[in-house]
Write a protein that binds this ligand. Structure first.
Ligand SMILES: Nc1ncnc2c1ncn2[C@@H]1O[C@H](COP(=O)(O)OP(=O)(O)OP(=O)(O)O)[C@@H](O)[C@H]1O
Ligand SMILES: [Mg+2]
Length: 378
């Protein structure tokens, strides 16, 4: 049993792997970007994940390398593999999550349903796509986007001029991704875990609500999801995990359209915000499952423990006072709420924690979770 897992990146996802690692008897070591990161409690090293020597030295002390984010460059990943380090997810799979244009092309090869899309490298090409799609579209920077940064709805080709200019200055050059503006009725997320040996575990499909491009709320399982919808979502997750050879947790962000089709929005190959509910609402949390999967250990049961679990993100923080002060009040007033904090300094819109509430009554769980999260804001 490999007992030492190295996590590259010291954010909240690495932080939330710490508790299940302790339970599983796995030694978790984190390569943090800085002192005082979310996962500093388990930081074995501090250094730049883009520097091959730093990451190789960190990897010497562990059996498996996995990630808190998708941004480790391919040359560093290749060096790790060359040095005989087990890397999960592997470089080929991770490459698909690192670049939204690569992702669209691979999903197309796998025959997955997705929005109409194109790679555009100038205003003229973007205008063509706009003309073919009713004059509105979504432009995305292929790399480095998160929380809606790098996503823009445009109705004129000139609205992406700054991004085209930035591309021209980038030595790697390249294109922007443009997608049809999907008329979705809601957003869903499907998570699956896959071991290197091939075993898979499928979570129930959940509903996610984004505000200003940032995940705000999740309801698990997705309300009003018929058997067919659940099955199709699960099949999409399984097909992508197998097709791309993903190891560890995979999250597939989905649009449910007004005519009841599912389209793939994007992929994440790590624990994901849409799966935080599982910490308090599933037999096996996504963080435990990720560790089991990357260590090639038998996977855990994904069944919900309660009828409903609601997850509300704590975004930003109070204008006056500290998060810790608010925490005490929230604990006192909402004893049924499971409050998770990330040890991060509050900034407007920043994810600093989340609240899970589980129960039989969905409205009540939503109310409790929102109230507890609101205790951290003004
Ligand atoms: N083609 C589209 N049509 C309609 N809405 C879209 C489209 N693409 C993205 N969006 C909206 O923008 C949000 C953010 O887009 P996307 O998931 O691609 O960006 P991101 O910044 O990588 O997100 P994340 O916060 O998950 O990292 C989506 O959740 C959705 O609400
Ligand atoms: Mg997204």
């Amino acid at each position: 049993m490999p007992v030492r897992i190295g996590v590259v990146g010291g954010g909240q996802l690495a932080r939330m792997m710490i508790a299940p690692a302790v339970e599983l008897g796995i030694e978790l070591q984190v390569l943090a970007e800085d002192d005082g990161m979310s996962a500093s409690l388990a930081a074995a090293a501090v250094g730049d994940y883009r520097d091959a020597a730093t990451v190789l030295a960190f990897a010497e002390g562990v059996d498996v390398i996995t990630f808190d984010h998708e941004h480790v460059p391919q040359n560093v990943l290749a060096d790790l593999v060359e040095a005989g380090v087990a890397v999960h997810p592997g470089p080929a799979a991770l490459g698909v999550a690192q670049d939204k244009l690569v992702m669209r092309a691979r999903l197309q090869e796998l025959g997955m349903p997705q929005p109409d899309w194109a790679a555009v490298s100038n205003r003229v090409e973007l205008q063509e796509f706009l003309d073919e799609h009713g004059g509105r579209a979504v432009v995305k920077t292929p790399r480095g986007g998160y929380d809606g940064k790098g996503v823009r709805v445009v109705s004129a080709a000139t609205e992406a001029d700054d991004w085209f200019a930035a591309l021209a200055e980038d030595a790697r050059g390249g294109s922007l991704l443009v997608e049809e503006l999907v008329d979705f009725s809601r957003e869903l997320a499907q998570q699956v875990a896959r071991r290197p040996s091939g075993e898979m575990a499928v979570y129930p499909v959940v509903e996610t609500v984004q505000r200003e491009g940032v995940c705000a709320e999740v309801v698990a399982p997705a309300p009003h999801a018929g058997l067919r919808l659940q099955e199709v979502a699960g099949q999409i997750g399984v097909a992508i995990a197998e097709g791309l050879g993903v190891t560890g947790m995979l999250a597939v962000e989905l649009f449910e359209t007004t005519d009841e089709r599912l389209l793939v929005n994007e992929l994440a190959m790590r624990p994901h915000n849409s799966g935080h509910w599982s910490q308090d609402g599933a037999v096996t949390s996504q963080f435990e499952q990720h560790l089991r999967a990357v260590a090639d250990l038998p996977l855990g049961d994904t069944t919900p423990r309660e009828r409903w679990t609601v997850m509300i993100n704590i975004l930003g923080g109070p204008r006056e006072g500290t998060l810790d002060e608010r925490f005490v009040g929230a604990m006192a007033e909402h004893p049924a709420a499971k409050i998770h904090t990330y040890g991060k300094a509050p900034r407007p819109g920043r994810k600093v924690g989340h609240v899970n509430v589980a129960g039989d009554d969905l409205d009540d769980a939503v109310y409790q979770a929102r109230s507890a999260a609101a205790a951290f804001l003004d």
